[in-house]
Design a protein around this ligand. Structure first.
Ligand code: GLN
Length: 446
């Protein structure tokens, strides 16, 4: 597949042909990465996760409950794309309401990993990552609440980037956990990620958490030769499997050889990440998902009275979504609000402070993306085990920081291993520059 940068040089006719080829290849591939092949205009086709609104397209967040709902307006990122010569092309499969790490909770069935069809692509943006890695999309948009861009990119051997909270408008994104959600690019390489990030990032008065800090093009200023101080957190790495630890150690060496300065740090609060995230995320999800009542959006399952209609309609949520609605209601209930929700908010500050402390000395932090490579389809049965697999990604959302995941190695079975570089808030440039220098040095091939 041609890169995004190359695609920007193609003519209208060439792009049309490319879309046609992409569609037939996607249908043949059996990856189940695309839910459909809608096209919203002309330009370089970008695959869109099924939780981002494109006017006139169905948007379902991978859920049965939103079947039949058509987006009445464009998400701001879609308007931004169209202004820059891109066009939305197709909807990507995902975990229901972006809750999950495998894409197995989708109403449309699981997406397969192009590196092994018995493996999950990761989640929740599994369709986006599998399509880019499988050569059936030039680039895609995903959303990342606790790792959903970076982790599927890592499992599928492509690049995934989560911007600083507030950099990319959430207007028109189906909310999961509003204080954590960010839309970002999933691409074949780091330069494409910076091009797509530049295209979608903007201040947006329709998103009250949007930042008005000046935006400078990252792709025009890309520099693989900048030297950074990069922090490694040795205590934290021990929880990843041995092959990931090995890839991590090798990467640290590569970074040193490139002339970056490595500093060793410990992170003491990481043991609270998962609990904190799953309290904050489920509390916000419960509130956000209350709107799916069968009256306002999507599918309605009638009952003999209003209450029964609510109950019948909401019974269509899948098990993982129901579990999180219950968990969220529990942590917000009057008896437990202080003990769980308020405490989680306090710990969230501690987690953020710990990152800031490291950033007093370092420009970037290197970390694994996940403790394992992509697991086999059907092997993640225990929800708690699944939550634990988010251990390396969720703190970055709690702290609102930018981070990029890029492939650095393969395990013995040929499955991709990704690592992430985490940056200071609003320092996307350092994240891209550091990743570009690493990408050139590791020279990962499919
Ligand atoms: N796996 C995490 C969760 O299930 C993150 C999902 C996401 O980033 N959308 O909540």
């Amino acid at each position: 597949m041609i890169t995004l940068k190359e695609a920007l040089t193609k003519s209208r006719d060439e792009l049309e042909l490319l879309r046609f080829e992409m569609e037939s290849k996607a249908k043949e591939s059996g990856l189940n990465a695309y839910i459909d092949f809608s096209l919203a205009g002309e330009g370089v086709p970008i695959l869109i996760k099924d939780n981002i609104q494109v006017k006139g397209w169905s948007i379902t967040s991978g859920s049965e409950i939103l079947q039949g709902y058509v987006a009445p307006y464009n998400a701001t990122v879609i308007n931004n794309l169209q202004k820059k010569g891109f066009t939305p092309f197709g909807r990507a499969n995902m975990d229901e309401f972006a809750m999950g790490s495998t894409t197995e909770s989708s109403f449309y069935g699981v997406t397969k990993n192009p590196y092994g069809e018995d493996r999950v692509p990761g989640g929740s943006s599994g369709g986006s990552a599998a399509a880019v890695a499988g050569g059936i999309a030039i680039a895609a948009l995903g959303s990342d609440t606790g790792g959903s861009i970076r982790q599927p990119a890592s499992y599928c051997g492509c690049v995934g980037m989560k911007p600083t909270y507030g950099r990319v408008s959430r207007f028109g994104l189906a909310s999961y956990a509003s204080s954590l959600d960010q839309i970002g690019p999933i691409t074949q390489n780091v330069e494409d990620a910076s091009i797509l990030y530049d295209a979608i990032a903007s201040y947006d008065e329709k998103d009250s958490t949007s930042s008005s800090l000046e935006l400078v093009s990252t792709s025009e200023n890309l520099d693989a030769n900048r030297k950074f101080t990069i922090a490694v957190t040795d205590n934290y790495i021990a929880e990843a499997n041995p092959e990931i630890q090995e890839a991590y150690a090798k990467t640290v060496k590569v970074l040193e050889e490139l002339g970056h300065t490595i500093v060793h740090k410990t992170m003491a609060n990481t043991k609270y990440d998962i609990a904190t995230y799953y309290i904050v995320a489920t509390a916000e999800a419960t509130t956000n998902l209350a709107r799916y009542d069968g009256i306002r959006y999507g599918k309605r399952v009638e009952g003999s009275n209003l209450e029964e209609t609510y109950i019948n309609t909401r019974a269509q949520f899948g098990d993982e979504v129901k579990r999180r609605i219950m968990l969220g209601n529990f942590v917000l209930s009057s008896g437990y609000y202080d003990a769980y929700y308020i405490k989680a908010q306090k710990v969230r500050h501690l987690i953020r402070d710990e990152f800031n402390k490291i950033f007093e000395e370092a420009d970037l932090i290197l970390s694994p993306v996940a403790p394992t490579v992509a697991p086999k389809i059907g092997s993640t049965q225990d929800p708690l085990e699944m939550y634990k697999s988010d251990m390396y990604t969720i703190a970055i959302n709690l702290a609102g920081l930018p981070a990029i995941s890029l492939p650095v190695a393969k395990d013995r079975e040929g499955m991709p291993i990704g690592l992430q570089l985490i940056g200071k808030a609003f320092d996307e440039q350092a994240v891209f520059d550091g990743a570009l220098s690493l990408e050139k040095a590791v020279n990962y091939t499919k």
